[in-house]
Design a protein around this ligand. Structure first.
Ligand code: FAD
Length: 504
């Protein structure tokens, strides 16, 4: 993945995409594969906005069933199946436990019915097992840290997990392979207009300070929570957007590899999700105003999440001193009068606030690929090009390993273990890098000391640090240590990259 700022202004592009989150990445990949000349810019790093601050689930969104959003759930479940099929290295099944307590807002009968509908909407070829109920005794026997009082039994169901930042990175890598120009740390400072039409953007290289004008026949503003700020204030207000803030805590590993969906004391639900040897706990939901870059985790969110984990999983005895890390992100949703943050629809829509400017609103990590295809359909129509079919719905993900996935995984694990990588880490390595894992393994073969963990107890090896800089367009320490390798999220005391590499 080569960064080439000069290439942005070397030609007039068909399409300029502003924002390298999951939406911008899929739009660029699909458009480039359909033969358009595409430029994609990201003010910070790939996935640095909301797309690396999610719950990291590729899911239908079981809870949306209570708001009767069947269409949204069906669409997301279809995408869950597709992504697990096109990228089995990137999207993996998770087993969720859903304990049911007396007095919960949604009772056992309704939950059972909801899960049946969830299974039905998932259709055939689902990557996860169907849901089933579990008795109180069976639950307590296996999960002895659960709150016993008022427990009525529960359910097991399946959804999928991912690494959101690496998902975005892989899609950007695919766009580059398809000959898009994709540059991180390049910020659109203003839109260029000519004859009443948007015609590109002025762009600043955040690393060198250089500036250029990027000309394009059409611009997609996929800048997520920042997107309205690129428009004249009057047009921005017309979009009626609401920013919803969500926090996650990173906690120690659970005794089992299972995820939980739990009810909170205010009637909301929240997740515990195993992730790279730790547990993500989230999310919260509250309105946000101000500069999106300043979104942090407030003390009240830490207290809320810990209080609710302690309420339902008291045997874990987690307190604030167990918190390993924390992160916050912002959803951009369409404002609906009277709706609370939880009730706002996650439905996605496409706006055209100005001529030759498209503006996606809302959506999910899970459904971004399909939404992006609709954006590119519109781009093709607006540019008066002959219809070209979506180019991401059947083609494997850019780093999808060839052949049978289980056999490939097994072979990679054996090879990595043979090179001195611990077995659990070898599995993680294979999933994180997909077909590009060969480059990491070759590095280890040449320098065996690079098979050692970067931080004891976390499944990342030292060879990944250099790989990120050389092959994955990581330009800053945060690019390497937060998104290529999520150490700054998972590890309480982030290490200093330079001194770490010096000691190699
Ligand atoms: C707490 C939380 C949990 C979530 N969990 C899930 C989940 O588990 N599963 C799921 O499916 N969805 C989930 N979502 C939703 C999902 O994360 C978002 O829908 C998705 O990440 C939005 O992607 P995006 O590309 O629109 O925005 P972003 O990821 O925010 O991308 C926009 C990008 O534009 C860049 N940018 C901004 N201004 C400029 C500029 N001037 N020039 C260049 N670049 C610019 C930003 O730096 C940013 O990287 C969650 C959301 C939140 C907030």
């Amino acid at each position: 993945m080569k960064r080439d700022f000069a290439a942005l202004s070397a030609e007039r592009h068909d399409l300029l995409v502003l924002g390298g989150g999951v939406y911008g990445a899929w739009i660029a990949l699909d458009a480039a594969r359909r033969g358009l000349s595409v430029a994609l810019i990201e003010q910070s790093d790939w996935g640095a906005g909301t797309s690396s601050a999610s719950s990291k689930l590729i899911h239908g969104g079981l809870r949306y069933l209570q708001y009767m959003q069947f269409g949204l759930v069906r669409k997301s479940l279809k995408e869950r199946r597709r992504l697990a099929h096109l990228g089995p290295h990137r999207v993996w099944p998770l087993r969720f436990l859903l304990p049911v307590y007396r007095g919960a807002r949604v009772g056992r009968l309704r939950l059972g019915l909801g899960l049946k509908i969830y299974d039905l909407l998932a259709g055939t070829g689902s990557p996860v097992a169907r849901s089933r109920s579990l008795g109180r005794a069976a639950l307590l026997e296996r999960y002895d840290y659960l709150q016993e009082q008022d427990l009525r039994g529960g359910f097991v169901y399946g959804d999928c997990g991912t690494d959101d930042a690496r998902l975005v990175l892989e899609v950007v890598a695919g766009a580059l392979q398809a000959e898009a120009v994709a540059v991180n740390h390049a910020r659109a400072t203003e839109l260029l207009r000519h004859g009443g039409k948007v015609q590109g953007a002025r762009v600043r290289d955040q690393l060198s300070g250089a500036e250029c004008e990027v000309q394009a026949r059409l611009v997609v503003n996929a800048a997520g929570p920042w997107a309205a700020g690129l428009l004249p204030p009057k047009l921005g207000r017309k979009l009626h957007l609401r920013l919803i803030h969500g926090s996650h805590l990173v906690m120690p590993a659970l005794p089992q590899e299972d995820a939980f969906l739990l009810d909170a004391d205010d009637g909301r639900v929240f997740f515990l999700i195993p992730w790279y040897g730790r547990t993500l706990v989230g999310t919260t939901e509250s309105d946000f105003q101000g500069d999106p870059a300043t979104a942090t985790v407030p003390a009240s969110d830490v207290e809320y999440l810990l209080r609710n984990v302690r309420r339902r999983l008291p045997g874990l005895e987690w307190s604030e001193s167990d918190v390993c890390g924390r992160y916050a992100g912002l959803r951009t949703l369409r404002a609906e009068s009277g709706a609370s943050a939880s009730e706002l629809s996650r439905e996605w829509s496409l706006e055209e606030p100005e001529r030759r400017l498209l503006h996606p609103v809302g959506g999910k990590l899970t459904s971004a690929r399909e939404d992006a295809a609709k954006v590119v359909d519109r781009v093709v129509r607006r540019l008066g090009l002959a219809q070209r079919d979506c180019a991401t719905d059947e083609t494997p993900m850019p780093w999808c390993p060839p052949g049978n996935f289980a056999e490939w995984l097994n072979t990679v694990i054996q090879r990595a273990v043979g090179l001195g990588v611990e077995e659990g880490t070898a599995m993680v390595l294979a999933r994180r890098y997909g077909s590009t894992v060969d480059l990491v393994l070759q590095r280890i073969a040449a320098h065996p000391q690079l098979s050692a963990p970067i931080v004891a107890g976390l499944p990342f090896v030292r060879a990944e640090l250099e790989h990120a800089r050389e092959h994955e367009m990581a330009c800053t320490e945060d690019d390497v240590l937060r998104r290529r390798i999520p150490l700054r999220i998972l590890h309480p005391h982030a290490l200093d990259l330079d001194s770490d590499l010096d000691s190699d």
